[in-house]
Design a protein around this ligand. Structure first.
Ligand code: FAD
Ligand code: NAD
Length: 489
């Protein structure tokens, strides 16, 4: 049986990052992936295809809006095959960066096959292969939750794992779940031309966002989609090529027919087939339980990414994997503070989230301040006619950043500045005291940050003091300007 210092189960964002870090340091590493290529959810069914789809849908939407405004006519039918071509091109290009050769070149052995624990050190891969590992990293990601709706298995629903394989654009798309996956996909399909209805069980959308952002976004996205809140899908049927949903809302039932149903009702760790019990690895609430240094209940077995109950994002998975490299190889106890990990929801407008929301600051009884700027005050947004949205900073009394939130075009790009400032424990005023190119979208950050100085300089005692000083100076100079300040006559 081949022996490894580290076996990494799962070749997604977390697994690949851990493998490249450990193999580059010279450890004998096995990377095991159940699918026939590396890349994980993000590459195959998540971030990459969804962002390529969103971009293509926004291109189509913006083109139609611009044509109408400029008095142009667009002819022809949109080709869904072309949309898929763009998605596949993006996937293929990124796939080439994630090729197994890259990892073998680094010295890792890549195995393709489903892994499960035979014991706490022995891992079976598919049928017939077993390896021994001193340490193990579990990075098997997550999978979609399919809610227990009567008849759901009788309809040909899609999830994020199959929606990118649709052969044509559905005329009517029903989306179960108004979370990040549901809303990003719903808006993209709507912008390509589908009529989209989103069924959300909760009473609001964007529930993890700052309440002002959530309210604003619910209103914005509601202009493009049919949103049904407090909606419980109780029954699903398939008749004459259509999927029929029975939905309960405010005690009343109604039915609606769709060409395609997307189930986007949340995700759960993909750990069922690992036989964790054979390794003695414990779970809590369906996630693998770890300490702050990502050690499981067995100290030589680690878990990162979507398998643990932290933040379910690619960049979070990657950062967790980087954190454990020295924990696994050198027995260190590095931990990761996710309070500086942002996330972005790629709807239009885009939503950026970092740190505490206003309601969380209230919940913690913090003495905090809010600084905000609206995009209609920022020249770059005005010139681009993209004034929908705002930025909002939450700081402590002294101005240290606790949270930063924004909704607006490309918010995920221009708000990255806030991550640097918060991580480096800067006051919001620092974001004002730097020169921004004119005109850029990050001008919105500067506008909000300027308020910090305006309050400090102009709302405090300083203006009264300086007025007294100038009055005195004026009187001392005889009530008229000194000779060297006299204007030319
Ligand atoms: C539609 C969608 C869009 C998303 N968009 C974004 C985004 O824009 N930005 C963002 O940050 N995040 C996004 N995410 C979330 C992101 O995809 C995940 O957080 C990320 O992929 C988690 O990485 P991971 O390495 O933990 O898991 P994964 O990337 O899922 O990798 C796990 C790997 O383990 C393999 N595996 C599973 N079980 C076994 C086994 N028993 N043996 C061997 N291999 C196994 C899987 O095949 C997979 O390749 C999106 C998710 C979805 C669903
Ligand atoms: N831009 C990004 O970074 C990005 C994009 C997509 C996904 N993701 C990640 O993937 C994770 C999963 O996304 P998701 O949207 O699947 O999950 P989610 O937890 O964000 O949203 C699921 C939604 O479905 C609703 N729901 C659950 N069961 C329901 C039912 N039976 N009927 C109606 N509504 C129901 C929930 O109330 C919730 O609002 C997210 O937490 C996010 O971290 C990130």
């Amino acid at each position: 049986m081949e022996r490894y210092q580290v076996a990494i189960i799962g070749g997604g964002s977390a697994g690949m990052t851990a493998a490249s870090g450990m193999a580059s340091l010279g450890a004998k590493v096995a990377l095991i992936e159940k699918r026939d290529s590396l890349g994980g959810d993000c590459l195959h069914f998540g971030c990459v295809p969804s962002k390529a789809l969103i971009k293509t849908a926004n291109m189509s939407h913006d083109m139609h809006e611009a044509a109408e405004f400029l008095g142009l006519t667009i002819n022809g039918e949109m080709s869904f095959a072309k949309v898929k071509e763009r998605i596949n091109q993006a996937r293929n290009t990124i796939q080439s960066h994630d090729s197994s050769d890259r990892f073998t070149d680094m010295g890792a052995d890549v195995y393709f096959g489903e892994a499960s624990f035979e014991s706490d050190h022995i891992i079976n891969i598919g049928e017939g292969t077993s390896i021994y590992a001193d340490k193990v990293v579990i990075a098997t990601g997550s999978k979609p939750v399919v809610p227990p709706i009567d008849g759901i298995e009788t309809i040909p629903y899609v999830t994020n794992e199959s929606i990118f394989d649709l052969s044509s654009l559905p005329a009517k798309l029903g989306v179960i779940g108004g979370g990040t996956v549901g809303l990003e996909m719903a808006q993209a399909f709507s912008r390509l031309g589908s009529e989209v209805t989103v069924f959300e069980g909760a009473d609001k959308l964007f529930s993890k966002e700052d309440r002002d952002i959530a309210r604003f976004m619910e209103n914005e996205i509601g202009k493009e989609l049919n949103i049904r809140l407090n909606a419980k899908v109780v029954k699903a049927e398939y008749q004459n090529g259509k999927s029929k949903l029975t939905v309960e809302q405010k005690g009343e039932q109604s039915t609606e027919e769709f060409d395609v149903i997307l189930v986007a009702a949340g995700r759960k760790p993909a750990i069922d087939s690992l036989k964790l019990e054979q390794a003695g690895v414990e779970k809590v609430k369906g996630f693998i339980h770890t300490d702050a240094s990502f050690r499981t209940s067995r100290s030589h077995i680690f878990a990162v990414g979507d398998t643990v109950n932290t933040l379910p994002f690619t960049h979070a998975a990657g950062e967790e994997a980087k954190t454990i490299v020295s924990n696994v190889l050198f027995g260190l106890r590095n931990s990761l503070d996710h309070s500086n990990t942002p996330w972005v929801t790629f709807t239009v407008p885009e939503v950026f989230h970092l740190g505490l929301t206003e309601q969380e600051a209230e919940g913690k009884n913090l003495d905090f301040k809010v600084f905000r700027a609206h995009l209609n005050e920022v020249d770059r947004f005005i010139t681009a006619h993209e004034t929908r949205g705002f930025v909002k900073f939450i700081t402590d009394k002294k101005g240290y950043i606790l949270g930063a939130h924004a909704a607006g075009t490309d918010a995920g790009e221009w708000m990255q500045l806030a991550v640097y400032a918060k991580k480096n424990k800067m006051k919001i005023g620092t974001l004002s005291r730097m020169v921004y190119t004119y005109p850029v979208k990050a001008g919105a950050v500067q506008k909000a940050a300027d308020i910090f100085w305006r309050e400090k300089l102009f709302d405090g005692p300083l203006p009264k003091l300086t007025k007294k000083f100038f009055d005195l100076k004026f009187r001392l100079s005889g009530g008229h300007a000194s000779s060297d300040e006299q204007p030319d006559t």
